[in-house]
Design a protein around this ligand. Structure first.
Ligand SMILES: [Zn+2]
Length: 310
């Protein structure tokens, strides 16, 4: 069964260590060409994420460097096809894998809309406003102040709406979340779980999930253990608990996958890299219809792109 994964951190892994090789199977990377092929991943989103230790004046350069790694390593060397529109996804041949660019946090654009527009012109199709902390756009989920969108942040939303870009609320403060729900045309949460099950600020509350459903958003289930359970280890059954909770809230068509592979080592047993996706599919098929599982694994995010009109 094919997979649409709305979040992985391969690019920052390649950026941090230039010897990491996407083309060869290795212990340093979870997301490799081989693991994507083995897991039947059809569309993988690749986030540009700038580590917090990069000096602010160097952050945009780092973003360009990660975009360059995407084009050099993922597209040119490995042969993945960049997808920007829903039509691009439909055009993928059976043996082809689509690759979508995303931005995780607007810290790298300072207060410069041109920098954002440059990234959008490179094909960034999903923009997270913050990582965990505050920036000029809004506060992140771990920022004690918990502020919502700044005036500049509201301008960013206008640019995203004009360009039909997904506004990703994963990592955003609660106040920021509700500002986005009010203003953004295409809100999603690329990699967050249920806060009712695991009380972590990175997860969404029931009210937030319902608001996303109302706005036709999709929430990608994150495999990072601390977002799945308060226990120290997680299982595939924990992933399914979060899916089931969102289904109970009426969200069966609003649940997707945002694995966070290469963003964490703390992963469920038997779900350690993309090649393990069939393990999740097989478990899901015990509880849900095939079309529902196809929805979680692929269709819900793919349809979201179609509905966005891209
Ligand atoms: Zn993240």
């Amino acid at each position: 069964m094919k997979v649409f994964d709305a979040h992985c951190d391969l690019l920052s892994k390649l950026f941090e260590n230039k010897t990491n090789n996407f083309l060869s199977d290795n212990d340093n990377l979870q997301v490799t060409l081989k693991s994507l092929q083995e897991g039947c991943v059809k569309v993988q989103t690749f986030a540009i994420y700038i580590p917090t230790n990069i000096h602010p004046s160097m952050r945009f350069e780092a973003a360009l460097s990660q975009a360059n790694l995407f084009f050099e390593k993922v597209i040119k060397e490995a042969g993945l096809k960049q997808v920007v529109t829903h039509e691009d996804i439909q055009k993928l041949e059976d043996n082809e894998i689509g690759a979508m660019l995303a931005l995780e946090g607007c810290d790298c654009i300072d207060q410069d809309i041109l920098k954002l527009q440059t990234l959008l012109r490179m094909g960034v199709r999903s923009v997270g406003l913050t990582w965990n902390f505050a920036n000029l756009v809004a506060d992140g989920a771990m920022e004690p102040r918990g502020a919502g969108l700044s005036l500049f942040g509201r301008g960013i939303i206008e640019v995203l709406n004009e360009n039909k870009i997904w506004c990703d609320v994963s990592h955003l403060s609660d106040r920021g979340f509700w500002d986005v729900i009010e203003l953004a045309d295409f809100p999603i949460a690329s990699h967050s779980n249920s806060r009712a099950l695991t009380p972590h600020p990175r997860n969404v509350t029931d009210e937030q999930f319902k608001a996303l459903v109302e706005r036709k958003g999709v929430v990608g289930i994150n495999f990072h253990t601390p977002f799945l359970t308060e226990k120290s280890n997680s299982q595939i059954s924990d992933v399914i608990r979060h899916i089931e909770h969102f289904c109970e809230l009426g969200g069966v068509e609003h649940i997707g996958i945002g694995s966070d592979f290469d963003g964490t080592e703390m992963l469920p047993m038997y779900l350690k890299n993309p090649s393990d996706f069939p393990n999740l599919v097989n478990e899901l098929l015990k509880y849900y219809s095939e079309s529902e599982v196809r929805g979680f694994m692929y269709d819900n995010f793919a349809k979201k792109l179609a509905r966005t009109g891209l």
